[in-house]
Every structure is written in structure tokens, then in C-alpha cells.
Design a binder for this molecule. Sequence first.
Ligand SMILES: Nc1ncnc2c1ncn2[C@@H]1O[C@H](COP(=O)(O)OP(=O)(O)OP(=O)(O)O)[C@@H](O)[C@H]1O
Length: 313
Amino acid sequence: MTQTTTPDPTAGSAVHVAGLQRTYPGGAGLHHLDLTVPTGSLTALIGPNGSGKTTTMRLLLGLDQPEAGTGTILGSPFDHPARYLPEVGALIEHPALYPRLTGRTNLRVLAELAGLGDDRIHRALSLTGMQQHADRLVATYSLGMRQRLGIAAALLTEPRLLILDEPTNGLDPVGTAQLRELLRGLTSAGTTVLISSHQLNELDATCDHFVFLHQGTTLFQGDRDALAASQHSYVEAAPESPDQLAALASTLQEAGYGVRQHEGRLLVDTAAEHAGELNRTATAHGITLAHLTVRRPTLEEAFFSVLGQEPQC
Ligand SMILES: Nc1ncnc2c1ncn2[C@@H]1O[C@H](COP(=O)(O)OP(=O)(O)OP(=O)(O)O)[C@@H](O)[C@H]1O
């Protein structure tokens, strides 16, 4: 006898919530939002201002209550945050720090509350590159240093799930690169990370799973392959002689291609396998191509396309 089984959507997911509803006066908030964060992934939560990223993270952390929604976090029911919160670290908006204490003492206060020893403080400072600043008053810290101490505080318990709301705010390029390495190191060691940011290039370089929000609803979620499959790739072409750019554009349009001009090149809306045919069409019209490349959309372009807007290029 054949037995059919329904796949368990929570298997392999650090976070799996569905139908999240949180309505604020005026109608803003979350509207049946679904979110899956695969275990061990570095998941990017992406959306315009006001799309619901912070609200989603606050609900996951039990800092606010949804009107509806079900799911599990680290295998425990979503509506019992006390069961999973000991294994979750978070930095939401700005870190809450005592400015008149040093960075190290701030961490010690938190470590003592959680019954953790100095070894955890040392490790968190080291992971975030904050050792050399640890004995200064937090009041003297730059914004980026406060962010890093906030991340150190979130790491004290060595959480299985780390939730970071715009952690790159205030970080300089060196700090951003250090955070990227830190997050990669944590995920290779088995930590799952959910991160929001408006720096799409940075998320593109760092993350392997993507969730797009708009007006409190999930527009897309999936890994890099699923994102690529949801998008058209396109071919970038330029003639040897820049004078022939307009002629190349009209030749390709007459041949049925969708064409946009961008920085002295043409972006031709077609699949990679048509690149040869496109080259032959140009040659047949006396135009030699100096440049022909297949391009996959960047995360930013994919985001605008899913949002139903033109890529910003
Ligand atoms: N306490 C609140 N009272 C009323 N409206 C709220 C409240 N908190 C959030 N909102 C509204 O809910 C929507 C989602 O806000 P949220 O802060 O989650 O968005 P976000 O994606 O994190 O935005 P940003 O990128 O600007 O940080 C917004 O329209 C916001 O104005």
C-alpha cells in the first residue's frame, strides 16, 4: 500500500510563520504575511520604508502581539516566545546601552542577568572587533561602535537564531565588511541569521535567501536560484562605433526585441540563448558589436521588478 505524506513546511526552517496580521490605526501594518527562514541560512528581509520589516521582527521576538498568524520558531510554537527566546539574539533598531558604563561593563550587566561568564563577553567582543574599545565609556562611542556593541550583546548567549534590524546603519565600509565576515562565520558555524537592510548591494553579497515585503505582505521568498528563475536575464550589447547605438536599438526593436539604453549600451530583454541570434541580426545590418554580455538582474533590479517598477538603472 502506498502511503502519501504531506511535506512538513516547518522541517528545516528556523522560522516558519504564516498569515501574520498586525493592523495599526489607519490600516498600516502586516496583512497575512508569510515568512520562512531556512535553518542555517543568511536571510535578507527587504522592503521599502514602512513595508513591515521591523514590525515582523518585533512579532518574532514577542515584543508585540499579532492579531492572527501561526507558525514555529526553532521548533517551538510562535505564540510561546518564552520557549524559543533563550536561543534567539536580536538587535532591533538602536541598541539599548548604558552610556555612562564602558562597553565591557554593559556586556557584563547583560551576561550576569543571563548567568553567563566572562568568556562569553570576551568572545562577543572579539567576534565584533570591539576589544580595543571595550574599556571606553559608551557615551564616547561613534554610531557604528554602538551598533557593533549591540551586535556583541545579541551574541552573548551564542544564539541559534540571530535577528538584526538594519545592523549596517552607521557602519563605515570597514565595519560593514567586518559585519559581512562575522555573519558568514556565524552561519558557517550553524547560526541562522535574519537581517534587514536598505543596502541591497550588501545583502546581495552576503545573503543566500531573500524575502521581499511590500505594504505588509510577502511578494517573494526564496533562495538565489528561485530569485533568478523568477526574473528575465537580459543581454547587454554595444556597437563598435558609438554612433551606431541608435541604429542598433531600432534594428533590434524592429526584430522584436525589447530594448533600453543605459550608459552607452543597450539592455536587450531576451534570454541568454538568444545572444548569438542577436549578434547575427546586428551583423546583417552592418553593425559590429564590441560588447555582448548576458546579465542576470542584481538584487536591486530583481526587487524593483517584483515590486512592478522599472529597474533603477
Ligand atoms: N506603533 C505603531 N503605530 C502605528 N503605526 C505603526 C506603528 N509601528 C509601525 N507602524 C506602521 O506600520 C508600517 C510598518 O512599519 P515598520 O516599522 O514595520 O516598517 P519597516 O519596513 O521596518 O520600515 P523602515 O524601512 O522605514 O524601517 C508603517 O506604515 C508604520 O508607519
